[in-house]
Write a protein that binds this ligand. Structure first.
Ligand code: KG4
Ligand code: ZN
Length: 401
């Protein structure tokens, strides 16, 4: 089979990105234009501003991606674009651009689910590094600013899992097919309220630490004592509505992060930290450096931040490993913006290692939103000739199956 060059386009949230990926396994270029500076003064993504910035950036970003890859619009084989989930207006910019390209160049168009992209970021790098075959089922934890999902993934034409020697042989061949076959996805857990990244962002905001909160908390947490504040585990109370209505299995691996955010707020109030938070907010302004932020934090704040991160990471790791055991996963993927978190990576490596479960993460540039993951996820669709219909459109709440 000759090489396939796919131009990927991603515009679901606040990064405009274009990338060229060869045959789902080699990143030739991955240009990401971040809008962080635009949204920073507002402490969160402003949808209208995001759409405007995508419109401004998409053409130069795509040109740059082609140039870096040594390709032209004429020498790519297909265009892939994020269809959803994401911000409707933001998605629409990428989808309209990709449709126009596909139509004017007479090249096939591939519609990709953003979450499938995050999962394929892991597979892409694994293949790029010449890694061995992945064993199925794969349990994928997708943790980002908008999502916290646990997917059980299998190759569409594959074998679920292997336990005997013979099945193990079959498992290996399924793994081989699975590396370029399309996958099926079963949601076995998801957040009931806030996404994990959202919790990081909201806690940073309520402590006056700036935006986006994840990377700031990640660095500050290293300076605090994670045992200083005890947060109760985020138990989900009552019977799951989906279980009651027969829509889900009795075992649920759902998450909930709004409780811990409220607990942080309550801690700030009961410990009289509010005046200090206000002073920090005034002192730091809209675009502080990390050293400024660090300098504006006392020990109590650092301890609180470290304890918050420890609780969130502990919950993500323990629920995921519990699900992996019960659903007999053979491989673990951890991906999405929050997968860039150092403590999350270390914890997963330690705990999954102890359980004998191989765990894979994308590199940090491929953890957050990017178009290389979209082009990679599109490759099995290209092979299966699963092209987007001419009338397809962006879908803000697109589900992954
Ligand atoms: O995947 P992503 O770029 O966009 C979405 O699809 O949401 O994820 C962005 C999220 C933000 O909430 C950000 O605070 C979080 O990922 N994040 C982190 C880290 N880096 C980014 N959270 C914790 N630790 C990090 N190092
Ligand atoms: Zn994302």
């Amino acid at each position: 089979m000759s090489d396939t060059y796919i131009l990927g386009i991603e515009s679901s949230c606040d990064e405009t990105s274009a990338a060229v990926v060869r045959s789902g396994e080699q990143v030739l270029s991955n240009v990401v234009s971040s809008q962080v500076a635009v949204h920073q003064p507002y402490g969160g993504v402003v949808p209208e501003l995001a759409s405007r910035e995508h419109l401004r950036n998409i053409v130069p970003v795509a040109r740059q991606a082609l140039e870096k890859a040594g390709r032209t619009y004429e020498t790519v084989d297909a265009i892939a674009v994020t269809q959803g989930p994401g911000l409707a207006g933001a998605l629409l910019v990428g989808v309209s651009f990709a449709k126009a390209l596909s139509w004017s160049l007479a090249k096939p168009l591939l519609a990709v689910n953003h979450l499938e992209g995050h999962i394929h970021a892991v597979l892409l790098e694994h293949k790029q590094q010449g890694g061995s075959n992945i064993e199925f089922p794969v349990l994928a934890l997708v943790v980002s600013g908008g999502h916290t999902h646990l997917f059980l993934c299998k190759p569409l034409d594959g074998i679920a899992h292997a336990s005997t020697t013979e099945a193990s042989e079959q498992g290996r061949s399924a793994a081989t097919r699975g590396s370029s076959a399309a996958w099926s996805y079963e949601v076995i857990g998801r957040t009931r309220d806030d996404a994990a990244g959202e919790a990081f962002d909201k806690v940073a905001k309520l402590l006056g630490l700036g935006y986006p909160g994840g990377p700031i908390i990640d660095r500050l947490a290293r300076l605090g004592d994670a045992r200083a504040v005890k947060f109760p585990p985020s138990h989900i109370k009552g019977v799951d509505r989906r279980v009651r209505e027969g829509l889900a299995a009795a075992t649920s691996y759902d998450f909930s992060f709004s409780g811990i955010k409220t607990a942080v707020l309550r801690y700030v109030e009961t410990h009289g930290m509010q005046p200090e938070v206000e002073a920090r907010r005034r002192q730091l302004g809209a675009k502080p450096s990390f050293d400024d932020i660090k300098g504006a934090c006392d020990r109590q704040t650092l301890d609180l931040v470290a304890s918050f991160q420890r609780a969130v990471v502990g919950d993500l790791v323990s629920k995921t490993l519990h699900a992996a055991r019960e659903r007999e996963a053979r491989t673990l993927f951890v991906t999405g913006g929050v997968a860039a978190n150092s403590e999350l990576r270390e914890s997963f490596e330690r705990e999954a290692g102890a359980a004998g479960l191989p765990v894979f993460f994308p590199s940090r540039p491929l953890s957050t939103d990017n178009a290389a993951m979209i082009a990679a996820a599109a490759y099995p669709k290209f092979l299966a000739r699963d092209f987007a219909a001419a009338d397809f459109s962006a879908e803000a709440t697109l589900q992954l199956r």
